[in-house]
Each structure stands twice: as structure tokens, then as C-alpha cells.
Design a binder for this molecule. Structure first.
Ligand code: SF4
Length: 296
């Protein structure tokens, strides 16, 4: 089995203490059994006191009252890495923000948008979307055509990357691939759905307020960097969530999720006063943290 990943995959490196939205705050992390056994075998009081090892449930870090992981130090560095090295991390902490999916017999890896550094790399990518085969001794570029035989997503990526299409035209063309033949999107309905989910960050409500005052008009965006970020955003959601085979019963649902997610992020951005690329990336990061993992 081969593992493929987007060309930008290997650019990622956790920015640790420079991260403004650390993934070590607010998320309850389950520890896989092998790592939990390893932690239990160590003569380390701090590990034992700050992990819930109770039977019947996965072991997990006991978050502090302010939501911080007990092993996050005052400089936002991980004490487990500092003391034992990266290999001592549990699977979730080791892999984050990477994801892995199976598609047409191959494994696909990617970076998740919920991490601010990953979001920056994904959305600022200025190269055509391409996959590389990941090997221990480095990454070898292969032709898209080789990887994407029988993969409907290649047709979708071609539409997204066609610079002669406006953002609205891209949404129209992708909507036409669904059985309804168009992308049916209502900001009011979107707001209602998104309000009903649990919050990680209370600032998400302020972003949702912006959905009340907008209509979906992506062609109002003229900044080329933002337009490229939108193309990258659509590609990301399709790559990560859509099946490769159009006859897969989940195709419709996942395609709609990719379009819906991108539309929500664009809409919030259009209604924001801050029209910078950094703000676009931050809205995408927040959407991913709050909503995307509910879908996976
Ligand atoms: S969110 Fe990303 S950059 Fe920030 S601490 Fe986590 S992995 Fe590192």
C-alpha cells in the first residue's frame, strides 16, 4: 500500500510556543492503550497524577480548569516531549494535525485546517494541487494522472483550479455534479445549523452573527491571494472528505459538506471588517476546529 500526500505536506512543522491557538488547550485527548501502558510503567508521579487511567474508558489527560493540557508548560511547550522526546507522545498528539484516509486502495495523508500553521500552509499554497508518494527516504513526485485514474476528484480539482472561472462559477459547476444540479445554500439555515453545535471557542458565536447580515456573493472578492485561498479551501475539503468514486453513496453528502463549509467561511469573511488573508485563514481554522471534526 502506498501513502500519498499533498505536495505541501512536508512543509509542516509545529510552531509550538509561537502558536496562538494551541491544540493542547480545550481538546480532551484520548491516549492509545500502548502509550497508556508505557506511561504507567514509568516511575513518573506527574504522569500518573494528570492522566485518568480509569478502566472502561480510554485513558486521557485531565485538563486543567482553564482547559490547558496539564503537560503544557508556561512557554506553551509540551513537558512530555521535553522530558522523553517526541516518540513518547500518544498517537493523537504525535499525528496531529495530520489525517489519514483510504481511497481506491491507497492511503492518503493530509494536514488538517484546525491547526493555524497547517491552515497557513494549505491556504497559501500557490502550486497546482499534486500528490507525492511519501517514503521513509523522502518524497517522490508522481504524475497526478497515475494516482487519479478513476478518481472523480481529479475532475473537481480541474474545475477549482481553472483560473478562467470566477468563484461563483466554480460553486455552480461543483453544485451541478450533485443530483439536485445546483448548490442550494441559505445563510439563515446555515446559521441555524451551526448554532446548534457545542462551542470550543466562545468567539465562534461572534463569527456566526456575521452570517445574519450577509448574502453569498463571492465574486465581490477581488484580492488574488484570497481568491487563491478559496480555491485551496475547496480543494482541501474535497480532498479530505469526498470519496474518489462518484457512485459511493456518501459522495453527495460529502460534496455538499465541502461546498457548505467553504461557503460559510467565505460568507463570514465577506462580512468581516478585516479583509486580510490572515483573517481568512483564522476563520477557516476556527470553522475547522468547531465544525469539521463533527463531520469526520
Ligand atoms: S495547533 Fe498546530 S502549530 Fe499549534 S501547537 Fe498544535 S500542532 Fe503546533
Amino acid at each position: 500500500m502506498k501513502t500519498f500526500a499533498p505536495g505541501y505536506y512536508k512543509k509542516f512543522k509545529c510552531i509550538a510556543s509561537a502558536c496562538r491557538h494551541s491544540c493542547c488547550i480545550g481538546w480532551e485527548i484520548d491516549i492509545d492503550d500502548d502509550t497508556a501502558d508505557c506511561y504507567l510503567s514509568l516511575n513518573d508521579k506527574e504522569l500518573k497524577e494528570n492522566i485518568d487511567f480509569s478502566k472502561g474508558d480510554s485513558a486521557h489527560f485531565i485538563l486543567k480548569e482553564n482547559g490547558r493540557c496539564p503537560f503544557l508548560d508556561e512557554n506553551n511547550l509540551c513537558k512530555i516531549i521535553t522530558k522523553y522526546g517526541e516518540n513518547a507522545l500518544c498517537d493523537i498528539c504525535f499525528e496531529h494535525p495530520r489525517f489519514f484516509n483510504m481511497r481506491l486502495g491507497n492511503e492518503e495523508a493530509g494536514l488538517g485546517l484546525c491547526c493555524e500553521e497547517a491552515a497557513r500552509i494549505i491556504l497559501e499554497n500557490d502550486e497546482e494541487f499534486n500528490l507525492v508518494e511519501i517514503e521513509d527516504d523522502g518524497a517522490e513526485v508522481i504524475e497526478n494522472s497515475e494516482k487519479f485514474v478513476n478518481d472523480i476528484r481529479l475532475d473537481i480539482f480541474k474545475i477549482i483550479e481553472n483560473k478562467s472561472f470566477s468563484v461563483s462559477e466554480i460553486f455552480d459547476k461543483l453544485g451541478a455534479l450533485t443530483s439536485s444540479g445546483f448548490f442550494d445554500f441559505s445563510p439563515e439555515e446555515a446559521e441555524k445549523i451551526l448554532r446548534s453545535t457545542e462551542r470550543l471557542d466562545k468567539n465562534w458565536d461572534e463569527k456566526l452573527d456575521l452570517l445574519k447580515i450577509s448574502s453569498f456573493s463571492p465574486n465581490n472578492i477581488t484580492d488574488e491571494n484570497i481568491k487563491q485561498a478559496i480555491r485551496n479551501l475547496l480543494t482541501y475539503f474535497v480532498y479530505r472528505h469526498c470519496p474518489a468514486d462518484k457512485s459511493n453513496p456518501d459522495f453527495e453528502k460529502k460534496m455538499y459538506f465541502a461546498l457548505f463549509s467553504s461557503a460559510v467561511i467565505i460568507l463570514i469573511f465577506l462580512s468581516s471588517n478585516d479583509k486580510s488573508l490572515e483573517n481568512f485563514e483564522d476563520i477557516a481554522r476556527m470553522y475547522s476546529s468547531e465544525i469539521e471534526y463533527l463531520e469526520s
